[in-house]
Design a protein around this ligand. Sequence first.
Ligand SMILES: Cc1cc2nc3c(=O)[nH]c(=O)nc-3n(C[C@H](O)[C@H](O)[C@H](O)COP(=O)(O)OP(=O)(O)OC[C@H]3O[C@@H](n4cnc5c(N)ncnc54)[C@H](O)[C@@H]3O)c2cc1C
Length: 379
Amino acid sequence: MNFDLTQEQEMIRRTIREFADEEVAPGAIERDRTKEFPVEIFRQLADMGMMGLPFEEKYGGAGADTISFAIVTEELSRACASTGITYSAHISLGGAPLNLFGTEEQKEKYLTPICTGESFGAFGLTEPNAGSDAGGTQTTAKTEGDDFVINGGKVFITNASYAKNLALTAITGEQDGKKEISAIIVPTDAEGFKVIDNYEKMGLNASNTTELVMENVRVPQENLLGKRGNGFRQFLVTLDGGRIGIGAMAVGIAQAAFDRALRYSKERKQFGKSLSEFQVNQFKLADMALKIELARNMVYKAAWLKDQGRPFSKEAAMCKLYASEIAMEVADEAIQLHGGYGYMKEYEVERYMRDAKLLEIGEGTSEVQHMVIARHIGV
Ligand SMILES: Cc1cc2nc3c(=O)[nH]c(=O)nc-3n(C[C@H](O)[C@H](O)[C@H](O)COP(=O)(O)OP(=O)(O)OC[C@H]3O[C@@H](n4cnc5c(N)ncnc54)[C@H](O)[C@@H]3O)c2cc1C
């Protein structure tokens, strides 16, 4: 067993950490306030070759592994979780299904612009009446000649305003009396396709979360992604990988909250002593560090299993569940250690808590992760 990062992973960590500290962190409070999408940061990430990090070089990717993806997501989220979720969804929800299930032609056409950063990656699964029960999809794609004609709607879709194409699920027919759900690649500028960007969110304010409306959107049948009727299964596989991204985001936010809490507790004096001299606060900080260490190990383990081509679904659910819950706990404790100042935006810790909450909800709620784990342990 070897817990050391490889030279390449170390180099990626050094590069992205420096970038996160110098370019991403400084504007995070302002972007949280203005809700401005970090376009310039992503232009720079594209120049650094990060936008297609785990995909093959022939599509413009960098051919790196999942651990490297987790490291980049963690470091970006430590500086600004809105940037982190944009990146994580771009790679693991936007690029990954194309990479896993696309034909050679589809990859060249749709994955390449994602890798170069020309287009953002996005993924349309959730609907108003199909969230945790994603199989409850009501969007339909009827076959008409050589085309699919799509009608329906999606909610809470990350990055769609900045995506040129995205894969979404729709009912394409019936199989043995059950809905046949397929994945279809849809250009976002197709006639009848509307992207609405007007959610008022609790956090992750600089990330793009959208509603999609499809009214008689016509796409050629060659835009089917993977096998007809396999859409639901494909999206479950995609979500397994996405959960590593959410776990990594959670570790990044928790690390940021811990770093702030440690620094502040050494600086702030009450009763003639720094807060860190009180044993109760030392224990709080020790618990925070312990939780982050365990969460990071679990994220890396899930990523490592994926890189080995081994089953990782249970570990991805475990890392997502544990890391997202400790991110909330650590952010909450960081606010507590800051006292009244923690309640003020300037100290950043309140943003960490607002941003972290999404991680217990997106890509399968904590309850859904428990269901996945229960299934794997034979309950
Ligand atoms: C900011 C943001 C970004 C997102 N990005 C995307 C995206 O890019 N693409 C995409 O497709 N989706 C995206 N989502 C959607 C997200 O994945 C869903 O919100 C999530 O899966 C939960 O679905 P729901 O909101 O319909 O909640 P529901 O499924 O209605 O759940 C409500 C509550 O009921 C619980 N519950 C549901 N079923 C059960 C059960 N069987 N047993 C016990 N408890 C249960 C849930 O755990 C939850 O606590 C995003 C959401 C947000 C908020």
